[in-house]
Design a protein around this ligand. Structure first.
Ligand code: ADP
Ligand code: ZN
Length: 299
């Protein structure tokens, strides 16, 4: 049976696995994110050692990495990180070290698109052709499937950097080094900590922080519904572990849309329209696996 490699590249760790399928994982490793050379050498070594010790070949590899990344197949820097503020990682080659060692089909995506692909194959986006996946964690990413394909365009979407109008009475400049008061600048874990003076996970459920958080995320939902007309929106990431946010975001989204979008999916069934990921914290890693399977099938 075919064996696949998967890499979920994050700012703190690179999760790698070798698997035959979602429920048939053969090997797994977490590599701390240090510098690009050391980190990618460890990723290559993991797959190398698997092949040596099992005498089996990996048939395809999927890589979903933090970004922004270059997804343009005809670009000289395809498979590399572009402008990250993460020290040492701007321009870092992610796919090239794997391509240099393994001559198999590969798929490369920005992390949130990988998670979306995982949800499409096995999670709450099965059967959909148009949906959006947001992750709200250390940063905010948003990826869209449009007509059955992840939306790439020039590179990939950067929905975390949509601008946010300040809520009434709020004079906060915002936490994003590029845009100040964008979604990432007001609603990530670190932005919440900056605004409220304590980590998001320590804020009590009745703290006003959640009302503000839900309000900004509802503005993002409004923008997303109006701009991409998705059939569903998935909200994942560390901050969304606060499940009480979901009913608040749904109610505020309905209020903000104000009856304008006359679709039962929104007006009557918003509980199924704005949802948590079906794969939980595994969406990214399983997404990379789904990408590897897709690359093999397409080859
Ligand atoms: P990353 O984005 O680094 O991949 P996460 O999605 O776990 O990882 O996001 C981490 C951020 O989410 C941190 O800023 C943290 O404060 C916040 N966070 C993690 N767990 C919770 C929680 N249970 N409640 C609120 N915020 C959380
Ligand atoms: Zn920004």
């Amino acid at each position: 049976m075919t064996i696949y490699g998967a890499v979920e590249g994050g700012g703190t760790k690179f999760n790698c696995l070798v698997a035959r399928d979602k429920d048939d994982i053969l090997a797994e490793i977490r590599i701390p994110t240090t510098n690009p050379q050391e980190t990618m050498a460890a990723v290559v070594a993991f797959f190398d050692e698997f092949e040596q010790s099992h005498e089996e070949r990996i048939a395809a590899i999927g890589v979903a990495c933090f970004g922004p990344v270059d997804l343009n197949l005809s670009s000289a820097t395809y498979g590399c990180i572009t402008t990250t503020p993460k020290p040492g990682w701007a321009g870092a080659p992610i796919l090239p070290p794997l391509q240099a060692r393994f001559n198999v089909p590969m798929a490369f995506e920005v992390d949130v698109n990988g998670a979306a692909i995982g949800e499409h194959r096995w999670g709450v986006a099965q059967g959909l052709t148009d949906f959006v996946y947001y992750t709200i964690g250390t940063g905010i990413g948003g990826g869209a499937m449009v007509n059955g394909n992840m939306l790439h365009g020039l590179m990939h979407t950067e929905m975390g950097h949509q601008m946010m109008p300040p809520l009434p009475g709020e004079a906060y400049a915002g936490y994003c080094p590029f845009h100040g008061h964008c979604l990432e600048g007001v609603a990530t874990g670190p932005a919440m900590k900056d605004y409220w003076g304590m980590p998001a996970e320590d804020l009590a459920p009745d703290h006003p922080a959640w009302e503000r958080e839900a309000e900004y995320l509802a503005i993002a939902m409004h923008n997303t519904v109006c701009m991409l007309s998705p059939q569903r929106i998935i909200l994942g990431g560390g901050v969304m572990n606060q499940l009480h946010l979901f009913p608040m975001i749904r109610e505020k989204t309905l209020r903000r849309l104000n009856g304008y979008i006359q679709r039962p999916e929104i007006l009557d069934e918003i509980e199924q329209f704005i949802v948590p990921p079906g794969l939980g914290n595994y969406a990214g890693m399983l997404g990379a696996l789904a990408m590897a399977m897709g690359a093999f099938e397409a080859d």
